[in-house]
Design a protein around this ligand. Sequence first.
Ligand SMILES: Nc1ncnc2c1ncn2[C@@H]1O[C@H](COP(=O)(O)OP(=O)(O)OP(=O)(O)O)[C@@H](O)[C@H]1O
Ligand SMILES: [Mg+2]
Length: 357
Amino acid sequence: MHDDDMTGDYGTAGEDDTLSAYPQNGERDVEKTLRPRRLAEFVGQPRVREQLELVLESARRRGVPPDHVLLSGPPGLGKTSLAMIIAAELDAAIRITSGPALERAGDLAAMLSNLAEGDVLFIDEIHRIARPAEEMLYLAMEDFRVDVVVGKGPGATSIPLEIAPFTLVGATTRSGALTGPLRDRFGFTGQMEFYADSELDQVVKRAAEILGIGIDPAGSAEIARRSRGTPRIANRLLRRVRDYAEVRADGRITLDVTRAALAVYDVDELGLDRLDRAVLTALVQSFGGGPVGVSTLAVAVGEEPATVEEVCEPYLVRAGMLARTPRGRVATATAWEHLGLRPPENAGRVDQSALSD
Ligand SMILES: Nc1ncnc2c1ncn2[C@@H]1O[C@H](COP(=O)(O)OP(=O)(O)OP(=O)(O)O)[C@@H](O)[C@H]1O
Ligand SMILES: [Mg+2]
């Protein structure tokens, strides 16, 4: 399985960023080691897990490939892991590709015609698939058929080609960017949520065991708490704290070691990353706490609006620091306080009925 050639826009960051939710240089091998292999090993996401269990079990009983599955949510929450688990639970082979790799319909046609019955086809970053390939996918998902166009101009003919019944698993950080027809062809959408601290605690303990790292409960709880609700970050912080424990202490991860290590790596109390902090700081200092439009905010921090919207905002909203309102983004009193500032009288007092996302 070569899940390391899936690269999104920001799939391979040039510089190392301890808090990024995206995989960093050289991290994919460790991720493979730490990836849960079966549904039962997969921590958290109880809702998606239960729903998926039903979809898979019922297909197994009926002896047919299950409906196509779409997994949606911020980076590092386990979409790729789940896709591989689906294949493992079905005892099926998995073929892996990504939206950006399917530039020409021919690329997809080749992939589809090589599928065997019951195979899982995993398309990462599926919202970035090119239009012609997307249209080919409609027919493939619905009728297990592709139309191959032969020739050009008026003499062109399309030859229908049967493909083996398969299950498509799509992953996206941006389900809103999927076209309606594509979204409608998935029988099941798993909406991945940020993890609770107690779930991340289990993720950290499991990874520590696999990597043979000695860790105190207070140490793993602290790492979990500062991991931004994201397993990928939890596993990374664990490795950085391990480094510190080995070099500056006796190798065991305690609460004190964890705190000292995270201070060195500039991980703040809540685990906010550089971009999160930049967004909050801009919102508070340059725009008086908002409301301000997301594109203006993105320009202020030198990022793409999509990145601010898909990567940064979901966690800030969940952490209760940012509110999305029809008039723009607003910093809550918690955000001001987190930046060590006194919130203005009316900070973040948003009319609840006006809240939207
Ligand atoms: N539920 C989980 N239990 C244990 N570990 C997990 C879980 N989810 C994710 N991880 C860990 O986090 C890492 C990242 O997960 P994964 O690659 O599946 O995320 P992703 O959602 O596909 O991210 P991206 O959007 O960047 O592709 C995995 O290597 C795995 O070690
Ligand atoms: Mg992934």
